[in-house]
Design a protein around this ligand. Sequence first.
Ligand code: A3P
Length: 309
Amino acid sequence: MEIQPDTSQPEVKQIGDHDSVDSLNQFHGFWLTPINLQATQELLEHFKPISNDVILASFPKTGTTWLKSLLYAIVNRSSIDQLTRNHPHVLVPQLELQVYGPHAISPPPFPSPDTSSSNRIFSTHLPYQIIGETIDSSDCRVVYVARNPKDTLVSIWHFVNTLEMFKTFPWPLEDFVDNFCKGHIAFGPYYDHVLGYQKQSVERPKKFFFITYEELKSDPKTHVKKLAEFLGCPFDNEEQVEEVVRSCSIETLRNHDVNKSGDIFYYFPYNSYFRKGQVGDHKNYLTKDMIDRIDTITNEKFQGSIFKH
Ligand code: A3P
């Protein structure tokens, strides 16, 4: 994708054709699709979180679906069986897609943002730099999941290539790496996204819970317990923890009929949200040069604070 010259609106730079699903507009330093941009503007105007809300924030393809199911299971322990009948994206709606904007679902099958019912969980891919003021307007809690940049990149690349428009001419990996490194990717730059929330979690650990996909993979029980404590609903016993971890594993979720159905969430079939779910899958795709390039940027941006290698 080529960057086009500045449009007539000085504050909005655009990549790609405006009508195309892969076109992007720059907003407060981040790249958003036209649909997400419209929804974000609506959200910033109308969304008023309440103090017992939980907001799951993430960069795309970093484990959002997993965290949605875990948060749902932790907070709604008595109705954990809902996960057998509903895709996690239906149980935990994305603010700038299902709640606001042209794709908003009406009437919503989830607690409305206009009611103050308890146990509301929303997700967002918006960076703290955009949604921060809204989040900080209440005592709601925020869980952020981050994933190492190379697996994130490979996961997004696979995901976008499942789109009909890329079936005939898949997006070349070389181009995709270039876009990722330059930050020209939906909700990018990735590095600023991660750092925005990480900084908050260091400064305000009672409000922001920062976890990596890799930590969760390596010891799900320990981290799920910490997550439940952070949310103020600790487990009574080990069996409960095990049930939540098992119910939310990729093996369990991908085998539910609902998640095998051909239903679509935002252009993508339900089953495409459960691909491999492994750590280190990038080694099967990225060349040494690509890895070196990404590692150099990672070291520069994260300064060894996260994802050191
Ligand atoms: P891969 O493409 O590497 O397999 P997101 O939910 O943010 O879109 O992220 C999708 C990534 O998380 C995919 O990674 C997907 O396979 C993985 N994933 C989905 N559900 C998972 C689960 N329950 N446990 C672990 N990984 C999961």
